[in-house]
Design a protein around this ligand. Structure first.
Ligand code: AP5
Ligand code: MG
Length: 213
């Protein structure tokens, strides 16, 4: 099963993906995580991407399309995969359709996690992530047992550079202008599965698994 997780910054794509990995046994492919990993390694691609990410802007299409094309052909993707944060505009969606056509693959479901914008800023500014294992937390909604320390691996928790108020507002605008048109794009393909993203993380997980079957 090949899935796209669509939704604004802070909708819970990463949170739900980590639960879906366990249930369906398919990998999460997050372009945001891949770009942050490239930056951590100090590669030219990572350093170039940082300029865009710090402004809340999209990294050029050619960069992310290339990353995804390579990633979906890895052996762990043979049973399927979850794309998180890709595609992010219509031209990325068209490039995806074309690369999947070449590979005789298709997207089965586009899960769109819907959360009103008023709720997103608080989710993003309170998010903390583990530097070692990547686990996600929230200082109020999903706090770690010990402040600043990952429950799973005792790694250090950090705040993403783009989770400040100014960058979040640019990211939300970019979502409205460039990513929202994908709702119509996938609705026309009959693949859109809207899911209410307000409620507990468990409730949202149940709603998603209900639409995926
Ligand atoms: P990316 O990393 O993809 O970020 P994003 O889309 O902005 O989404 P987030 O990761 O911020 O949110 P999420 O939906 O995963 O929420 P989470 O589960 O963590 O992209 C970052 C940047 O990379 C982009 O701005 C761009 O520059 C670049 N980029 C990436 N992909 C690209 C592409 N394809 N093309 C071009 N550029 C690209 O949850 C958020 C918080 O809320 C957490 O603290 C969590 O604990 C909490 N939370 C989750 N669910 C709930 C709930 N139900 N109730 C309360 N709190 C909750
Ligand atoms: Mg994420």
């Amino acid at each position: 099963m090949n899935i796209i997780l669509l939704g604004p910054p802070g909708a819970g794509k990463g949170t739900q993906a980590s639960r879906l990995i366990d249930k369906y046994g398919i990998p999460q492919i997050s372009t945001g995580d891949m770009l942050r990993a490239a930056l951590k390694e100090g590669t030219p691609l990572g350093l170039e991407a940082k300029k865009f990410m710090d402004q809340g802007a999209l990294v050029p299409d050619t960069v992310v399309i290339g990353l995804v094309k390579e990633r979906i052909q890895k052996p762990d993707c043979t049973k399927g995969y979850m794309l998180d944060g890709f595609p992010r505009n219509v031209s990325q969606a068209e490039a995806l359709d074309s690369m999947l056509g070449d590979l005789s693959q298709k997207i089965d479901h586009v899960v769109c996690i819907e959360v009103p914008s008023e709720e997103l800023l608080g989710r993003l500014t309170g998010r903390r992530t583990c530097r070692s294992c990547g686990a996600g937390y929230h200082i109020r909604f999903d706090p770690p047992k010990k402040d600043g320390t990952c429950d799973k691996c005792a790694g250090e928790l950090y705040q993403r550079d783009d989770d400040n108020e100014a960058t979040v507002s640019s990211r939300l605008k970019v979502y409205d202008d460039q990513t929202k048109p994908l709702i119509d794009y996938y609705s026309k393909q009959g693949k859109l599965r809207p899911v209410n993203g307000v409620g507990s993380m468990d409730e949202i997980f149940s709603r998603i698994t209900a639409v995926l079957g």
